[in-house]
Design a protein around this ligand. Structure first.
Ligand code: SAM
Ligand code: SF4
Ligand code: SF4
Length: 376
């Protein structure tokens, strides 16, 4: 059951940060085996950590200015998980079988001394003794400045979000007048210091930037950068999502193939979110992420940790499990390990498979958590 925090007198519309449950710790403590399995037989391999809920962009599909305005209350610093707390949680998740960590946000490069956290995580090995796969998703606004220090700290790769090569369209989407050239410079420098292969995420919103599909594909073809087209999703409750603004991945592939023929290739691993396509002429590959038209819940092995330490077992969850409470109440690693095992064993999320266009009419009670809060 979810309990609203009664210390807050007003729960703002579209703000579900106060809905939480402190995980139950079963009496019988169980050691981590690295072999968790949820009700659909899915393991836990991938943890996405939101290191800040703040962002210097106001992308219209993620943090529209009408909601994330001057009055919007971002989390105060003492509610954020500290780097020590994040590292402790990561070690616990590794014991449960996590092999991949993605730092995200909000904009992760806005978190002060993020390089310090990367240094702390980069030395960790998976349960099988392999180095942890450590990556970050960023809007690249600070990437040119930080690429070298991120690499030096031990970050392996970056994924950059870029929705258009046309300045007018891009500025309309980020809504803070940020130019394309600075993002391209960030990508170039990241590539130069060895933070590759770089992936570029383009969210395609019909009527806004779908005319940019082919120019983006042409620009990155042959560059070594893997461009991925993401279907505009109904995450959160503030972006006013409508099904008819989703451009299906099949349409993206069709449009590119008209001039630059593509063929489908095998996924790199089970549970990969992107479907892979390569150019028939051998000049690289693209990915399409069909979160709306072709759900991939069946193999979903991802969990998300919010900025303030709540665990979400699905991107579309309406409430999180308060791991910070367990940490700050002095519970042992064994107790937290047991609580997470218990939670995962009960996991039955498959929102995308069950999604209907009725999402447009959700009531406030049913609204989902914001992407900028739990990270993409
Ligand atoms: N600020 C960073 C960035 O933009 O790369 C990291 C956080 S952002 C929430 C992570 C990813 O989520 C980005 O690639 C962004 O484009 C994607 N995203 C945000 N809202 C989305 C939506 N409504 N549908 C699809 N993707 C979305
Ligand atoms: Fe910020 Fe990323 Fe959301 Fe854009 S998508 S508003 S850059 S968190
Ligand atoms: Fe995973 Fe939830 Fe997305 Fe399905 S809807 S793929 S369960 S995060």
């Amino acid at each position: 059951m979810w309990f609203p925090d009664m210390t807050e007198r007003i729960i703002p519309v579209a703000d579900l940060r106060y809905l939480h449950a402190v995980p139950h710790i079963p009496e019988q403590l169980t050691p981590a085996t690295g072999l968790l399995s949820d009700t659909l037989g899915r393991p836990l391999r991938d943890l996405r950590i939101s290191v800040t809920d703040r962002c210097n962009f106001r992308c219209v599909y993620c943090m529209p200015k009408s909601v994330f305005d001057k009055e919007y209350q971002f989390l105060p610093h003492d509610l954020l998980l500290s780097f020590e707390e994040i590292t402790r949680v990561v070690k616990i998740f590794i014991a449960h079988g996590v092999e991949k960590i993605r730092l995200t946000g909000g904009e992760p490069l806005l978190r002060k001394n993020i390089e310090k956290l990367i240094e702390m995580l980069a030395v960790l090995n998976t349960a099988n003794g392999k180095p942890l796969d450590l990556t970050m998703t960023t809007n690249a606004s600070l990437l040119a400045k930080k690429a070298q220090s991120l690499k030096d700290a031990g970050l392996q790769r970056v994924t950059v979000s870029l929705d258009s090569l046309d300045d007018t369209t891009f500025k309309r989407m980020n809504d803070v007048d940020f130019p394309v050239s600075d993002v391209l410079e960030g990508i170039e420098l990241a590539s130069h210091v060895g933070l590759g292969p770089i992936k570029v995420n383009m969210v395609v919103k019909g009527g806004l930037n779908d005319q940019e599909i082919v120019p983006m594909a042409r620009h990155f073809k042959g560059s070594g950068v893997i461009l991925r087209f993401i279907e505009y999703m109904d995450v959160g409750a503030s972006n006013g999502w409508k099904m008819d603004e989703v451009i299906p991945s099949a349409e993206v592939v069709r449009r590119i193939s008209e001039t630059m023929p593509l063929e489908e290739i095998e996924p790199n691993y089970t549970g990969e979110t992107a479907e892979r396509w390569r150019y028939v002429d051998g000049s690289g590959e693209i990915g399409v992420i069909s979160s709306v038209t072709q759900a991939f819940c069946r193999d979903c092995n991802r969990a998300r940790l919010s900025t303030e330490g709540k665990l979400f077992t699905c991107l579309f969850a309406t409430g999180g499990h308060d791991l910070r409470a367990l940490i700050r109440n002095g519970h042992t690693d064994e107790e937290i390990i047991t609580a997470i095992a218990h939670l995962w064993a009960k996991r039955d999320d498959r929102y995308s498979e069950l999604r209907t266009i009725n999402t447009e009419g959700l009531s406030v009670r049913d609204r989902k958590v914001e992407m900028s809060y739990i990270g993409g």
